[in-house]
Design a protein around this ligand. Structure first.
Ligand SMILES: Nc1ncnc2c1ncn2[C@@H]1O[C@H](COP(=O)(O)OP(=O)(O)OP(=O)(O)O)[C@@H](O)[C@H]1O
Ligand SMILES: N[C@@H](CCO)C(=O)O
Length: 316
């Protein structure tokens, strides 16, 4: 399970006291998740999630706190950092940046249908619209330059078929980088997979895990989401699910012609991002009790995205 930093009850009680939310009733490490340490926390006044941020520099934390405040104030269903009675949101526990957030209702779904995908597209559209005009700047640490650098280093670890596929995608990123960076931007979630959305029945109740959020091309966020929500077991795009997600999104924010042109490229870029991070995680955490997502899934999707038969509905 991915509890990188275990905690003992006394240190947790000391940490939680300044929130004024009553006594600690129970706490439990969360096995799901692969990047941060999370605990479900039951206090007398409700249910919460404590996150110890394991990746990235501490100076990035005010960005996440501010972004979640903006989205919460825009009435989007997201967690946000609770303040202590002295008004402090960013705390430290066991030497890690620590945030206490409300626990959102619902659970993750494994099998997405068109109805789920439409709600994801709609919520992603709202997220972008809520931040487009007043984007809070944060450069991702897993952007195009990271892909080019890490991808080039990993080529020698791959077999011939894999390295051909990756090299081709890296060449495309090099060629299209300027155009990609010129696409319309906003704050983006950048990791909107099924395990970062909560549903109650068929109703989308929340988005979590904003620790990859940044400022960036909105189309990249759409491609990341579509690659997870709308892929079949062979890595092919499922037409009805993809059209549901794209249609609901475009009804709020119509795509531009430049986005339509770069759509097939963007789907491949979004595959490269997660193929690489999964390969790196698989090497770094091999043999440890940490959740590792299968890198092959994105190799397969990238191979399938060489031909894209679901165009972006920019004329909707
Ligand atoms: N605010 C919340 N409300 C309810 N459940 C939550 C909340 N935050 C986290 N969780 C639970 O904890 C799990 C892990 O959280 P999260 O996805 O943030 O971890 P992570 O290590 O950053 O994961 P990932 O592998 O997606 O990067 C989630 O799958 C969810 O079940
Ligand atoms: N959603 C990512 C893990 C967290 O970034 C993946 O499935 O590889």
């Amino acid at each position: 399970m991915s509890v990188f930093t275990p905690l003992a009850r006394p240190e947790l009680e000391t940490f939680l006291a300044p929130y004024g939310l009553g006594r600690l009733l129970d706490f439990q490490g969360i096995a799901a998740g692969s990047e941060n340490t999370n605990f479900f926390i039951s206090l007398e006044q409700g249910e919460f999630v404590l996150t110890l941020v394991e990746r990235g520099p501490v100076q990035e934390m005010p960005f996440f706190i501010e972004l979640l405040d903006v989205l919460h104030e825009a009435d989007l269903p997201v967690p946000y950092a609770l303040r202590t009675t002295d008004g402090v949101a960013l705390r430290e526990l066991a030497g890690k940046p620590a945030l206490l957030q409300p626990r959102l209702a619902g659970k993750h779904i494994k099998e997405a249908n068109a109805q789920h995908c439409a709600q994801v597209g709609e919520l992603l559209g709202h997220l972008h619209l809520a931040t487009q005009a007043n984007m809070i700047k944060r450069k991702t640490d897993r952007g195009l330059d990271w892909m080019l650098e890490e991808g080039t280093q990993l080529l020698s670890h791959l077999n011939a078929e894999q390295s051909d596929l990756l090299q081709r995608a890296l060449d495309e990123i090099t060629q299209q980088k300027t155009k990609i960076l010129a696409l319309p931007r906003a704050n983006i979630h950048a990791d909107l997979f099924r395990d970062n959305a909560m549903f109650e029945g068929t109703h989308l109740t929340g988005l979590i895990d904003f620790y990859n959020a940044c400022s960036g091309p909105m189309l990249y966020d759409v491609a990341i989401a579509l690659n997870d929500w709308c892929s079949d077991d062979d890595g092919l795009i499922d037409g009805p699910r993809a059209r549901a997600l794209l249609g609901a999104y475009a009804a709020l924010r119509p795509f531009t012609a430049a986005e339509a042109e770069l759509w097939p490229t963007m789907l491949r870029v979004a595959c490269v991002r997660f193929w690489l991070s999964r390969l790196i995680a698989a090497e770094s955490f091999a043999g440890q009790d940490v959740l590792i997502h299968d890198p092959m899934e994105f190799q397969q999707r990238l191979a399938q995205r060489q031909k894209v038969s679901t165009p972006l509905p920019f004329a909707l």
